[in-house]
Write a protein that binds this ligand. Structure first.
Ligand code: CA
Length: 374
């Protein structure tokens, strides 16, 4: 009898909430209305703000954030309505972390290496030079204990992180001279953020920090000699092919940058469990969509660069990469020696990377070699 009353009450509430007929059918069939009803009865509506580090409508990353908001609105039947703000429109791009941590905005979209100035170890949740690729990174995060460490680090800032996209392997950058030996980096002024910049300096170069909006002009006027950005799609949209002659691969400094959705932890904890699950699940979807979009578009635009421009697309030679790798080991060791949090994190990261590299020799790597040599 009680069950019947609850079901009637549930159906009434669900109809008022504007939920679809399929949900009514499935709940009726499984008799689980007692479990789900309390959440639906509240039907509370949330208007949330998502601040991002990306310029407004920035391809893939910015548009991905907007799609995330659309998915959440759709999946929650409008109970969570997220308004997305491009970098600088509500808070400056690099203040996203603090804005979400304080609750000034409920959510954010960015990458943890932007917060490396707060704690160097946070960079490992995006990428490090000669680190893991997208597939390995997702594997570490979701199945290798990485996400637990990520969550524990962020909980101290009242934040919950969700992996929310990956760029895949980036390009090494745009140069106006040939790069044949490690000596060619001596005196080279190059836009190269993060740990990659420190590695470049060990090779005798100068790492310059330029905002994305200034890169084209700085490269054109010779303020910098070279720049890295992302990959063929975004680089083409920036117009670098108009002002630089050589485009080198691979992006040793960013082999698979993980992007993040961050949520204010206190506010997330006040949400009904189904809403929390939707926010998390939509981030899984975003993670898959962004990597897929990067791979498809980069392939298309690489072909455009090769066929429609005079740019020479080349690979850095193995000697250069070996040297850069050695400088990277030294740079990371210095970081590990000076910071206990980096040490703990690096132990998990490097152990996972070492193991998965062994497996990759027999799986991905063996497969690519076979396909490229036959
Ligand atoms: Ca980059």
């Amino acid at each position: 009898m009680k069950k019947t009353i609850n079901r009637k009450k549930f159906i009434k509430t669900a109809v008022i909430s504007g939920l679809g007929a399929s949900l009514l059918t499935s709940c009726g069939a499984t008799e689980k209305s007692d479990i789900t009803a309390p959440n639906l009865i509240t039907s509370k509506k949330y208007k949330w703000k998502m601040v991002t580090t990306w310029p407004p409508n920035f391809p893939v990353l910015g548009t991905g954030a907007t799609m995330y908001a659309d998915w959440v609105r759709e999946m929650t039947g409008g109970r969570i309505d997220i308004k997305v703000y491009g970098g600088g429109t509500l808070v400056p791009a690099l203040e996203v972390f603090d804005a979400v941590s304080s609750g000034a905005a409920e959510m954010g979209s960015g990458a943890s290496y932007y917060w490396g100035g707060k704690e160097a170890s946070l960079q490992f949740f995006t990428t490090v030079p000669f680190g893991m690729n997208a597939q390995q990174m997702n594997s570490w995060l979701y199945s290798g204990g990485g996400l637990e460490l990520y969550e524990a680090q962020y909980a101290r800032f009242n934040l919950v992180p969700f992996p929310g996209g990956n760029t895949g392997v980036q390009m090494a950058g745009w140069f106006n001279k040939e790069i044949n030996t490690i000596e060619d980096f001596k005196g080279l002024k190059m836009r190269m953020p993060g740990i990659g910049g420190k590695v470049l300096e060990k090779a005798g170069g100068t790492a310059v920090l330029s905002a994305g909006s200034e890169l084209y002009t700085n490269l054109e006027r010779g303020v910098i000699d070279a720049t890295e950005w992302i990959g063929p799609y975004h680089d083409y949209l920036m117009g670098f092919h108009e002002i630089a002659k050589y485009y080198y691969s691979p992006g040793w400094h960013e082999p698979g940058s993980n992007l993040e959705i961050i949520v204010n932890k206190r506010l997330l904890d006040t949400l009904e469990p189904d809403l929390k699950a939707i926010l998390q699940t939509a981030a899984f979807r975003l993670n898959m969509w962004i990597l897929s979009e990067f791979e498809a578009k980069n392939n298309e635009y690489l072909q455009k660069i090769i066929t429609e421009t005079d740019v020479e697309v080349r690979r850095l030679n193995p000697d250069i990469l070996r040297k850069m790798r050695q400088y990277t080991r030294e740079t990371i060791q210095e970081l590990v020696d000076s910071d206990i949090k980096t040490k703990t994190l690096y132990e998990s990261y490097s152990k996972f990377q070492k193991n998965i590299n062994e497996w990759s020799q027999y799986s991905e790597s063996a497969y690519y070699n076979m396909m490229n040599n036959g």
